[in-house]
Design a protein around this ligand. Structure first.
Ligand SMILES: Nc1ncnc2c1ncn2[C@@H]1O[C@H](COP(=O)(O)OP(=O)(O)OP(=O)(O)O)[C@@H](O)[C@H]1O
Ligand SMILES: [Mg+2]
Length: 373
């Protein structure tokens, strides 16, 4: 058997090539092999040549592949490229190898020339890809489960909110009615004061319940429900500002109307939006300067804005102003929960509008803009 090429330079190149090189006969018996390949599998060239077949060096799975694919492919198309097979070394350790083979015939004798590369890195990389895919699949399935759980919890929370608010509203209505009855029964000045205080507390509780219901509806992805109707926004705001003036008797409120007031909107919700902005202006703005409510309509849409003087909005809460439960830490209402602006934003969104804020030493203006389309 021919193990030593004549030309020493060729021989050196053959032995030192950065890949395993071997030649087999048609049945797979090694007829020539370089030291690199022999070293990888833990044999000497002499131990392999004429004694070992390529398939003898393969794991069982690789041997099956060799039989079912490798040999037929070499016979049919004369070559096999980049096939990854598990090769066993002398001690039975396996290593992944990528093999390329070419079939040729010399003097009527068939031979297979094979180049082999150890593919530890590629193998590792492929394993990592498979593992990463498995992990992703597990995460997706986990996320789906969590989402289902969250949906169930959200539905339960919504039902609870509905039940609690309903059950709270009835006793609150009863308390309010009782304050009316107290007033009719010739009360003393002190009793009137107490009745007023109770009535204000009921009003506050009712607003809180309404906010919580809106918050729940918005959080559950349904958004706040609106009922659009043709209305005159200036007329709606005139009434709204009047009501707010009653609610905040110590604060000066001004309403400015610009343009023709015709629009299509949910008047109750827009009054709630302005009510929340004015409540904030009263709570966080100057006590002495008036608060301005401007309703403006032009050909592209209409806007509602509320301006107050006083300290500007602190920098650190500006980015999260419209997030639920986000509130400043200083000044304002001691019992605030940070839902007002979230609801303002949701009402605007339900009308396909958006809210912007401008705040500096000159004052703070919140503007809700509603495009006509
Ligand atoms: N006009 C304003 N001027 C200065 N700061 C404001 C003004 N409006 C809102 N803020 C700041 O933004 C925060 C968030 O306002 P938001 O109305 O969402 O919640 P809240 O007023 O704290 O609570 P809630 O409205 O639920 O009672 C407030 O706590 C306050 O710090
Ligand atoms: Mg508020």
């Amino acid at each position: 058997m021919d193990t030593v090429p004549g030309d020493s330079e060729h021989d050196e190149l053959f032995q030192a090539a950065p890949c395993g090189l071997l030649r087999t006969d048609e049945r797979g018996t090694v007829t020539r092999v370089n030291d690199r390949f022999a070293g990888w599998v833990g044999f000497t060239a002499e131990e392999l040549i004429g004694k070992v077949r390529l398939q003898d060096l393969l794991t069982v799975g690789a041997r099956i592949f060799h039989q079912t694919h490798w040999t037929p492919l070499l016979q049919m198309q004369g070559s096999v490229s980049e096939v990854k097979l598990e090769v066993r070394d002398r001690d039975g350790h396996t290593m992944p190898m990528v093999l390329n083979a070419i079939r040729s015939t010399a003097a009527g004798v068939v031979r297979h020339d094979i180049a082999a590369f150890v593919a530890h890195d590629r193998h590792k990389y492929e394993r990592e890809l498979i593992d990463a895919r498995k992990r992703t699949e597990a995460l997706v399935s986990e996320a789906t489960k969590l989402k289902e759980l969250a949906n169930t919890r959200a539905a339960v929370a919504e039902q609870m909110m509905g039940i609690v608010s309903h059950d709270l509203r009835n006793p609150l209505a009863l308390i309010l009615m009782s304050t009316e009855l107290l007033r009719r029964g010739n009360p003393t000045e002190n009793q009137v004061k107490i009745a007023d205080r109770v009535a204000r507390a009921v009003g506050h509780s009712n607003r809180l319940i309404a906010d919580l219901l809106d918050f729940t509806a918005a959080q559950l992805g349904k958004g706040i429900a609106i009922n659009r109707q043709a209305c005159n926004i200036h007329a709606v705001m005139a009434v709204c500002v009047d009501d707010l003036a009653q609610a905040f008797p110590k604060q000066q409120l001004r309403h400015v109307a610009q343009g023709n007031g015709d629009c299509s909107a949910d008047a109750v919700r827009l009054s709630q939006l302005v009510g929340n902005l004015v409540a904030n202006a009263v709570a966080y703005g100057s006590d002495v300067e008036p608060i301005a409510v401007i309703s403006a309509v032009d050909s592209s849409g209409f806007s509602l804005s509320v301006t107050n003087s006083g300290e500007p909005i602190p920098e650190d809460i500006r980015d999260s102003l419209f997030q639920p439960l986000s509130r400043g830490t200083t000044g304002g209402a001691a019992r605030s929960i940070g839902l007002g602006l979230f609801i303002v934003n949701e009402i605007a969104r339900a009308h396909s509008g958006k809210v912007t804020v401008q705040s500096d030493v000159a004052g703070t203006t919140f503007t809700a803009y509603f495009p006509l389309s």
